[in-house]
Structure formats: structure tokens, C-alpha cells
Design a protein around this ligand. Structure first.
Ligand SMILES: Nc1ncnc2c1ncn2[C@@H]1O[C@H](COP(=O)(O)OP(=O)(O)O)[C@@H](O)[C@H]1O
Ligand SMILES: [Mg+2]
Length: 296
């Protein structure tokens, strides 16, 4: 069974993209077949993994990226997927098993001037398209923007599990609370469009803490998050075994540099310094913890 995983929080800048890129890369490095779908109009994960040159070339080509799926006569999703996406500057493929369904800024049109069929919302047709390639993958990841508008709905509707990247602060807690409320409201409507073959509506499985500064005590924000999670569990608004994942990712300048290099952090091991080694092992442990988590 393919695990379909959305990373989402109502707060921006918490690390959704950096966590999803590096967890997806770590899982591919462990031998899994992984597809990352970029559902954020900012295209951050696409630009990261393709670098600006390849991404610009994609923008130039008509109907070559995810937004094309929502236009009349859409291409097959399989034709949009970039296989083994990670390359060095010489064009050598560095990571077999990590594929990308890239996006461009045009994804914003889905929100602005979408004249879709009200009897078949965009998320339902996205889910149907995805089903055609699903069997090829052990994991499909959805990088979502900090909202549940149309593009994000595609990820939330298609996912079987939801993880919430967070920073240990009050705004992340508010973002999480808002997310759960919006998610329940969305599922209530979207369940009417759910075919049994799509699987059950995804619940929040966990909180992922990111960008923890060395030496910072995060006990209090962690406790507040745990209390909120417990309230949601009692109300059955999140998964029964939802938890704060014990693998946290530390704050490291390498994460910001990796975007410029166009490589997942977990592939920059060669020029390893202590800082590098540590943050790489953070992503790897998080990937292993997600691998070991079984939604009930
Ligand atoms: N562990 C980290 N250490 C240092 N910087 C980080 C870390 N995680 C994310 N960042 C930086 O924080 C910013 C927001 O991260 P990003 O993953 O894009 O968040 P989101 O997708 O939630 O908006 C980016 O500039 C990113 O490079
Ligand atoms: Mg992002």
C-alpha cells in the first residue's frame, strides 16, 4: 500500500518544504520509491530540487507542470513527473527513486479563475489522476501551502496521513489549531466526493518540530502543543495515536544553503562538518520515525 502523506500547517515558514524535501530524499536513500507533489504556488520544493535553470525551462514549456492538470484536455500525470529528479550541475542523476511532480506559479490560476465542474471538484479529479501512478510508489508526499484552498485541497483529499511541521512557538500552535478546524470542515464537504477506492479521509498523525536552536529549552511550547493534541484526541479530531514526533530537526545554516545548491540536505554529506552531520542525521531519524509510524 502506498502511503500518501501531506505536510501542512496554517502557519507559513515553519519548515513544511524543507522537511518534506529532506524526509522524501531520506526515504528514497533507504530504497523506497518516492513521489513528491508540489502543491504550493510558490513552487519552493520544485525550484529547490530542479534549481532555477531547469525550473525556468519548465515554466517556458506549455502544459509541462502540475497546473496543466486543471486545464481542459489535461496531459497524463505520468507525463508531468520528473523521474529521479535530483541531478548535479553536470546533469548526473544523484538519487534514484525520488521523483517530482513539479509546479509553477501558474498554480495560482486554480484559485483565481477556475471554471471547474461543481459536481467534480479539482481535488477529486486530481485524486483520480494520481491513482493512475500510485502503484509505482511506496510514498507519495504533498507539499502544501499554509491554507486549505483549492491546490492544498488536492493534497489533503489525496493524502492518507497528515503531518504538521511546527516551530516551538505560540504561532505554530495557533496554526495547528486552525488547521484541524479547517481540515474537519473540509472533510465534511469532501467526503461526499470520496470514492471508496480513494481510502479514508486523512487525519493528523503527528507534529514535527523544526528549526530548534541548540541549547534552547522547548519544554513549555512542547507541553502546550501536547495539551492541544490531547484535547483534539479526546474530541476524535486527530488520529488516536497522533503524537509529537521525538525526532526534531535542529536549526542549521546548511538548510538555507541546500536550496541554493539545489540538493536535499541529506545529499550534501561529502563536505560534512559537525553542523552538517547533525542536521542530516535529524532528517534521517525523522524519516525512520515516520516509516515506523502506523496510522490506526
Ligand atoms: N532546520 C532549519 N534550519 C535553518 N533554517 C531552516 C530550517 N528549516 C527551514 N529553514 C529555513 O526557514 C525558511 C522557511 O522554511 P520552509 O521549509 O520554506 O517553510 P514553509 O514551507 O513552511 O514555508 C526557509 O528559508 C528555510 O531555508
Ligand atoms: Mg513551503
Amino acid at each position: 500500500m502506498t502511503r500518501r502523506i501531506a505536510f501542512i500547517n496554517y502557519k507559513g515558514g515553519v519548515g513544511k518544504t524543507s522537511l518534506i524535501v529532506n524526509v522524501a530524499a531520506s526515504l528514497a536513500q533507504l530504497g523506497n520509491r518516492v513521489l513528491l507533489c508540489d502543491l504550493d504556488t510558490q513552487s519552493n520544493s520544485s525550484i529547490w530540487l530542479l534549481r532555477l535553470e531547469r525550473w525556468n525551462a519548465l515554466v517556458e514549456r506549455k502544459n509541462a507542470a502540475l497546473p496543466a492538470l486543471f486545464r481542459p484536455n489535461p496531459p497524463a500525470v505520468a507525463d508531468l513527473i520528473i523521474r529521479d529528479v535530483v541531478e548535479n550541475r553536470a546533469g548526473e542523476r544523484l538519487l534514484p527513486g525520488l521523483d517530482l511532480l513539479p509546479t509553477t506559479f501558474n498554480l495560482v490560476d486554480l484559485e483565481a479563475d477556475y471554471n471547474g465542474n461543481p459536481r467534480k471538484p479539482a481535488y477529486r479529479s486530481f485524486r483520480e489522476q494520481l491513482a493512475l501512478v500510485e502503484k509505482e510508489y511506496d510514498f507519495i508526499f504533498f507539499d502544501c501551502p499554509p491554507n486549505i484552498l483549492r491546490a492544498s485541497q488536492c493534497g489533503v483529499f489525496s493524502a492518507s496521513e497528515i503531518y504538521v511541521p511546527s516551530n516551538p512557538d505560540a504561532l505554530s500552535l495557533i496554526g495547528f489549531t486552525l488547521l484541524v478546524e479547517k481540515l474537519l470542515a473540509f472533510h465534511e464537504v469532501a467526503d461526499g466526493f470520496r470514492h471508496h477506492s480513494f481510502g479514508a479521509a486523512a487525519q493528523v498523525q503527528g507534529i514535527l518540530f523544526n528549526a530548534i536552536k541548540t541549547g534552547t529549552d522547548i519544554e513549555v511550547p512542547r507541553m502546550r502543543m501536547q495539551l492541544r493534541l490531547n484535547q483534539f484526541k479526546t474530541a476524535q479530531s486527530v488520529a488516536k495515536n497522533a503524537k509529537i514526533f521525538s525526532s526534531q530537526v535542529r536549526d542549521a545554516t546548511l538548510v538555507r544553503r541546500a536550496v541554493t545548491l539545489g540538493l536535499p540536505v541529506t545529499l550534501i554529506g561529502e563536505e560534512s562538518t559537525e553542523d552538517t552531520g547533525n542536521v542530516v542525521s535529524d532528517y534521517r531519524s525523522l524519516a525512520r520515525e515516520i516509516l515506523a509510524h502506523h496510522p490506526l
